[in-house]
Design a protein around this ligand. Structure first.
Ligand code: SF4
Ligand code: SF4
Length: 689
């Protein structure tokens, strides 16, 4: 007999079932509609096309659990457990709808439970359930016994309730089916073998009276359904919310290249950046609902690791908390009302300025929550509304405004670096194929000038037809944008785009990943459409075409992936191809590499900020390089190079390791400077003159 055919305290089972179900769905709908209304207190968002493509990618990411599987490493395999739980849950949902709501709820159990669909589905559930139980037990052991650093402090009541319900789902289902079998109501499909686990469990009831088995069957049914209804409501009040929110969060992912910031319409905007929670867009608020507090971003963040007050997980949770506290009042007052000022009151200034914009957090987040855009919106408010900016950063911005570059102390001109190299400017010869965008650092900072000179030499050796803008080049605006001065960024962008378009520039090569990312990914919105290539890509191509004569060089080298080249633009192979093509080179990798590379600490305008809280990020990275026993840490970014030079001096390891740009290493290889390499056979030295 179906548990719903029974009467409880005089009330028919059907009535209880539907009353409870309608109450739970009502509470779910009410709360979700509130959350949606909170979300749309946020600013408008633009740019959502290609719905079919978005749908497909969401399905692959969520149903395929790519969101979890992409983050699996040798050290951290928790994503496998989550994927199993998610797949198991997807199987359960079909069962709930088909056999509980439609079958039991509408009195169709007799018909449905004698179908072969029910038989086979019970079999599938029997196979899936042990995996789900194991994954849930593993999650409990990890969280409460192993306690990995990213789950520190996460042994909360909420987490416990979630894990208990995750265990109760499959267990109550199994016993519900097992007691059904014991009652002689097996899943009847084609008379084939019974589902193994449920039928084995049914033996536990072999000596129990039919009435007691029926009572147990009813109890398991009701417990199972109550757990499901409880979870339905609990979803909307807990981190379970990610199950719903993340589907939409992934569907509405930004269509722009990774890490591209939202621009501000300077003429119409009322508040610069985010003063309150409703100054974020609705998509940014949806991010807050999607966070499952897994801590992967916290693990990856160099600011957290080095002891700064910024923790990307806490940042998202603090913003969510602020939303849930302020939104009800704002809704009551038609969206108007006073909310706490986020930068300063809710998120401290030290937290906001600690970010290097390295995107390690965004890259590892399984639910595609974006952190960097929110931090920059908070900076925009600090800088453009509150005029609250650290002095050194302010000086750099003023220097960009006054002199077109952020390097305050320099007396050099834009073209001094090229002295004696006979490099033409585009004004002298507009027929050049590549414009070499030197960048402020490459042109004016003493150490980085060597990169520019090396690259120019390499291009000349390969016969590349290139030129420079010379005195007409101005800061690309990247430091201003990352430091929160969108106005200055847009001014610089428009000025540069005008100059480049006037000369009809089509192809640009640069050695600076920050200029590269800005011109390639952020200038198109302002009318600058250029083919931009990083020097590592061009050198790798020249080597493939045998246009460079590499004689000797090498040594033991480890390569550091600059964030704006790797995580922002997925350029990982060309630098490694170049290093591997230098004879006598042994490339050794650091533990954190490619998309999981550890930042140098210089991005996000941090080049112009003091680092006086916690340890220095660059020194932590140099420690990792030293661990590889490499003689050289190679990189492909002038900021990284400066940070590493300083870190090597600070750590006192100049004798064992040096930092070099790939262009410099290629130059050495062309000029046949041989590095003594104890670990790999050196090629013969070229005959001396
Ligand atoms: S961008 Fe980098 S520094 Fe900033 S919060 Fe994310 S991981 Fe931390
Ligand atoms: S933001 Fe993403 S990575 Fe960070 S805790 Fe939330 S879900 Fe995990």
């Amino acid at each position: 007999m179906s548990p719903l055919d029974t009467t409880y305290l005089g009330i028919p089972g059907y009535v209880i079932f539907w009353v409870l179900t309608i109450i739970a769905f009502g509470l779910f709908t009410y709360r979700i509609s509130r959350l949606i209304r909170y979300m749309f207190l946020g600013r408008k968002e633009k740019g959502f096309g290609k719905l079919l493509r978005r749908g497909l990618s969401t399905a692959i990411t969520t149903l395929g659990q790519w969101c979890q599987l992409k983050g699996i490493t040798l050290k951290d395999k928790a994503g496998i457990g989550h994927a199993i739980l998610a797949w198991g849950f997807s199987v359960f949902v079909v069962f709930y709808v088909a056999f509980i709501v439609i079958g039991a709820g509408f009195g169709l159990s007799e018909n449905l439970e004698h179908s072969s669909f029910f038989f086979y589905y019970t079999w599938i559930m029997d196979i899936v359930i042990p995996f789900v139980i194991l994954a849930a037990l593993w999650a409990i052991v990890r969280r409460y016994i192993i306690k990995p650093p990213r789950l520190k402090g996460e042994q909360t009541l909420e987490a416990m309730v979630i894990l208990i319900t995750v265990l109760l789902h499959p267990l109550t289902h199994l016993f519900k089916i097992a007691t059904g079998i014991a009652l002689n109501h097996p899943p009847a499909g084609l008379g084939a073998t019974l589902p193994p686990l449920s039928s084995a469990l049914s033996n536990l009831f072999s000596n129990v009276s039919p009435d007691s088995i029926q009572a147990a069957h009813n109890a398991f049914f009701w417990t199972h359904w109550l757990v499901i209804l409880f979870v339905l409501v609990f979803i909307t009040y807990s981190r379970y919310l990610h199950m719903v929110a993340s589907l939409f969060n992934i569907f509405f992912r930004s269509p722009l290249p990774k890490g591209t910031l939202r621009s501000i319409n300077l003429e119409t905007v009322e508040v610069f950046g985010s003063a309150g929670i409703t100054d974020f867009t609705w998509k940014q608020i949806l991010d807050l609902y999607s966070c499952v507090v897994c801590g992967q971003c916290q693990d990856a963040c160099p600011a957290t690791t080095s002891g700064k007050p910024l923790n990307p997980k806490t940042l998202i949770q603090d913003l969510k908390q602020n939303l849930l506290e302020t939104a009800p009042g704002l809704l009551k007052n038609g969206g108007n009302g006073s909310a706490k000022t986020l930068p300063g009151d809710v998120i401290t200034q030290d937290t906001i300025w600690a970010c290097t914009t390295c995107r390690a957090c965004d890259e590892v987040c399984p639910l595609y929550v974006e952190h960097v855009d929110k931090i920059i919106d908070l900076r925009r408010n600090l800088v453009m509304e509150q005029a609250a900016i650290p002095e050194t950063a302010e000086q750099a911005l003023r220097c960009i405004e006054d002199r077109g570059h952020p390097w305050r102390g320099t007396t050099a001109s834009r073209t001094d670096w090229a002295e004696g190299l006979e490099i033409k400017t585009i004004g002298e010869d507009s027929s050049i194929e590549f414009l070499f965008w030197v960048g402020c650092t490459g042109a004016l900072e003493e150490r980085s000038i060597r990169i520019s000179r090396s690259l120019a030499g390499v291009l000349k050796q390969a016969g590349v037809n290139f030129g420079i803008l010379g005195a007409e080049e101005s800061c690309c605006g990247e430091p201003a944008r990352r430091l929160g001065n969108e106005y200055l960024f847009q001014m610089q962008a428009e000025k540069n785009i005008k100059t480049l378009n006037n000369y009809g520039v089509k192809k640009i090569v640069t050695a600076c990943p920050h200029c590269f990312n800005t011109i390639k990914n952020e200038y198109p919105e302002f009318g600058g459409e250029f083919e931009v290539i990083h020097h590592t890509q061009l050198i790798a191509e020249l080597l493939r075409e045998n246009r460079l004569e590499i004689k000797a060089g090498g040594g033991v080298i480890t390569y550091h992936d600059p964030c704006y080249l790797g995580r922002y633009n997925d350029i990982y192979k060309p630098p490694r191809q170049i290093l591997n093509s230098i004879p006598g080179t042994e490339l050794v990798e650091m533990a954190e590499k490619k998309r999981r590379s550890f930042c140098c600490g210089g991005g996000g305008g941090r080049m112009w900020l003091e680092e006086n809280i916690g340890s220095r990020i660059s020194e932590l990275r140099i420690d990792q390089a030293v661990e590889t026993k490499a003689q050289t840490v190679a990189t492909a970014c002038p900021f990284c190079l400066q940070m590493f030079d300083d870190a090597i001096k600070a750590r006192g390891c100049e004798a064992s390791i040096k930092a070099m740009d790939i262009a410099e290493l290629v130059t050495e290889a062309i000029e046949a400077h041989i590095q003594p390499n104890p670990r790999c056979p050196s090629p013969a030295a070229p005959p001396s003159a």
